[in-house]
Structures are given as C-alpha cells and as structure tokens.
Design a protein around this ligand. Sequence first.
Ligand code: FAD
Length: 477
Amino acid sequence: MSDHQSFRPALSRRGLLKGLGAGVLLAGAGYGAAHADTEIGGCDALVIGAGFAGITAARELRARGLNPRILEARSRIGGRTWTDTFAGVPVEMGGEAVDEKQPNVWREVQRYGIPLGTTLPAERLYMPQEFGVYDALPAAEVGPRLSQLFTPFFSGSQDMFPRPYEPLYRSDLVVPADSKSFRTRLDELGLTTAERLWVSGSFSGLAGGDSSRGAYTMLMQSWALSGHNFQGYLSVNTYHPTNGTQALLRAMLADARADVRFNSPVVSIEQTSSRVRVTTRGGQVYTAPVVVLAVPVNVWRNISFSPGLPAAYPQISTQGIGAPNVQKLWLLIEDDQGQFATQPPEGTVLGAVRPHTRTPEGLVMFGFGYDPNINFNDRAIVEQHLRRVVPNVRVKAVKTHNWATDPYALGGWSVRRPGQLAGPFPQVQQPRGRITFAGSDLANGWSGYIDGAIESGATAARQAAAVVGTPALAGVR
Ligand SMILES: Cc1cc2nc3c(=O)[nH]c(=O)nc-3n(C[C@H](O)[C@H](O)[C@H](O)COP(=O)(O)OP(=O)(O)OC[C@H]3O[C@@H](n4cnc5c(N)ncnc54)[C@H](O)[C@@H]3O)c2cc1C
C-alpha cells in the first residue's frame, strides 16, 4: 500500500491537541538534528526501534494491511537482546531466557519452530555467611531453604494480583503498597542476619544492585505471573533459543516485510493534524500518518517532541524505569571446579554467577555486575572479585556489555520503581495523538522481559492502526 493510498486523517487538529493534553512539557532536545531539505514518505507507519517491541509492532501492522518502515539507531536489530559469540559459542549480551509461562514469547517460539536449549544446572551453590564467608552447599539442600525464605515475601499476592495481566485491577490494594521497595518489604519480614544474607542478593540484583530501587508490587506481580509459587518463580529462566534470540527476531521481521533503516537515531518527533515528521541525527526527515515509538522509556528524554508530551512522560524517563548499571558478564572458567553458582548478598560488586555451557576450553558461565566504576571487561579484576567467593577459581576470559552507558538503552531490564505503577505508568502507556508507545518497559504483564516487549508491541500496533483509520475512529474525523 502506498503512502498516498493509505493516508486517511483520523483526528482533527483540535482532537489531536486535546489528545496531547494541556500543560505539556517538552522533553529535552536530544542529539541536535541537522536541517533536512527533503521528506521521505512512502509508508503507513513509522516504527522507531527494532527491538522485540518494534519488530512485533511492524509485523502486526503488516498483518493489518499497513506498510511499516522501521528506523533503528544501531546497525543491528534486537536492542536489549543481542546474540554475540564468546569462547566459540553463541551468547546473549542481553535478554535470553523464555518460558512457557510467558504466553506472548512462547507463542512466537512455537509459531516459528525456534529450537530451545537449557543452561547447565548448578551442582553446588556458594551461599553467603556472616563476615564475608561463603559455604559451598549442594543445590538440593539450598532450594528448599530458599523456598522457605522467599515465600513469605509474597504473601497476599493472590489478593493483590488475582489478574496478573491487569496490574491495577485491585488498585485498592496495589496503590497503597506501591510506595514500598523490595528493601522495605524485606525489612518487614524480620529475617535474621544469616537469612537476609541468603536472599538479599536475589532482590537487589533484580533492581540493578540496590533493593531500594525496585517496587515491591513489581515483584508481587512477577510472583503472580509465575503461578504464585516458588517453583514457578524460579523456573522462569529455564529455556533459551538455541540459535540465539536473533533467530526469533529475524523470523518475525521477515513476516513484517518492513523497510529497516539502520544507523538512524531519531532525535525529534513533530506531530501535525495530519502527519508525524520524524528527524534522525543525520538530518533525514521521515513522515507517516502514525508513529510507534518502541525505544526504551529511558531514551525518551533524549528525543524532542513537538507538541511536548504531558509531564508524566519526561518524568518517568528522567527518573528511569529500569535496573541501572546492569552489566551481563560472560566468563570462561578453568573447568576444575565442577558446575557451581554463586549467590552473593546485596552490596557485592560482582553479583550472582551461573554455569551456562561446557566447551573444550572450559566452563562458560554468566553473571551480573552492578558497579559502574568497575571494568568488568578486565579478566584479572573479575577473577579477583570471583575469588572472594570461590577461592582458587581461574577466569580465563571475560566479555561484557554496559547497558547503563549504552545510549540507546540507558539501563538494563525494566523494573518499576516504588510509586511508578500508582503514578505515571498507566498514563505513559497511552497513545498521544499520532504517537503510540511500545516496549517491555510499558507491558501490562511481563514487563522487563521479552514477553512484555511482544505484548506491548502488539498493543501499540493495534492503537496505531486505529489512528490511521478504522471504523471505530470514523466518528472523530
Ligand atoms: C542484561 C539483560 C538481561 C536480560 N535477561 C532477560 C531474560 O533472560 N529474559 C527476558 O525475557 N528478558 C531479559 N531481559 C529484558 C529484555 O531483554 C528486554 O525486556 C527486551 O529485550 C526489551 O525489548 P524492547 O523492544 O522493549 O526494547 P529494546 O530491546 O531496548 O529495543 C529498543 C530499540 O530502540 C532502539 N533505539 C533506542 N533509541 C533510539 C532512537 N533514538 N532512534 C531509533 N532507535 C532507537 C534501540 O537501539 C533498540 O533496538 C534482559 C535485559 C538485559 C539488559
């Protein structure tokens, strides 16, 4: 469908401005757009961002008979998923695990026949004791104890999230609880020092190393999505696409049949009554009747919007919605220690480390670092930190990516902060005029996961299709 054929003005200028809301704030201008002489049309919808959310949106738009074009800042697809290689094997520098409890990603895995593998199980776990000492315990012993310690944290989840995909369904219970952080909730449980050491690292790790940054309601919702039990919660990270997340993305993108423009970071988005003009850092101007903005929420603050967006948008972007400072590390370990894992407490520079794959060169493990001042690409530094937990371990090679300093992510996976669900979150999920918003950060269900990106991409595509003209919108023209 050509741009000319598809264009049908869906909103009057008055309606558009009303949709944008009064008292708008202009998000900070980004990278400084160059002036453009020509405008590039020829599509029905511009999708900004080629992560799982953007690619889903493009495919869903195509399925509705619309012709999408994708503008992607990087030279690759995938965003916070990124299949790379390390020690001769494919590895994921970002998101990786998928699960049958996650309906959106599971459906895609089945639809495209994506083969799944599992990571190596840990045979023993290094669990923290007081005074920086660790005990190496059989995994079979640790699991039941952790279940006992975790479960009380989530008591009341059935009442708070009886419909896990509608996070505010019981707003009477969720809103008052939303100001609590993971840490506040842990404080309430009255754990002994030893018990707290065992569980604090799991919670702080999810929030990027600081348990005060994650909203208690976010974890309660994850527990509800996992079936309200420890086994379900623990098993969410079981499977990964054997040929990498890129294999799934490429299959979805093929069905989108979208024109993808790489190396096209968007710096400004301007809406008129009939069009959206999108300018890239290189000065190209693209136009379309509607835009799906599928970049991380934290990146919104570097895009200039005209008219400006209501205050909730710049507010949540500036505050940040993800786990900051996340670095996923890959380690090649001399394979003389068996299949071990570590679970350090909150405040430890190097977070949990887990076995992944065995190769002739050694054991490939992955872990997480949360201190932005540590160079986790330095093998000796990583070995030094790991030896505080596992004496004599030998790290042969490391590889990492710092998502916090990545300008097109500005953080790791999404974790809502205390107060965000009860505050700006539901507002920033809403379309504004001819812009619809997509991303795992905005998902109703598995926010912070690939599944949430797919859910949100499909929702935004539906909203975008409505903007360019469906019978439901006919009355407002
Ligand atoms: C270290 C790490 C581990 C994770 N582990 C898991 C896991 O095991 N399982 C799981 O389900 N999830 C995991 N996640 C989360 C998961 O990866 C994300 O939730 C999901 O990939 C987000 O998809 P998205 O499309 O919403 O955003 P993104 O993947 O971030 O896509 C946004 C796209 O927008 C582009 N972009 C940004 N700015 C601009 C701009 N100005 N102009 C144009 N394009 C722009 C970006 O380059 C990117 O391609 C992990 C994330 C991280 C960081």
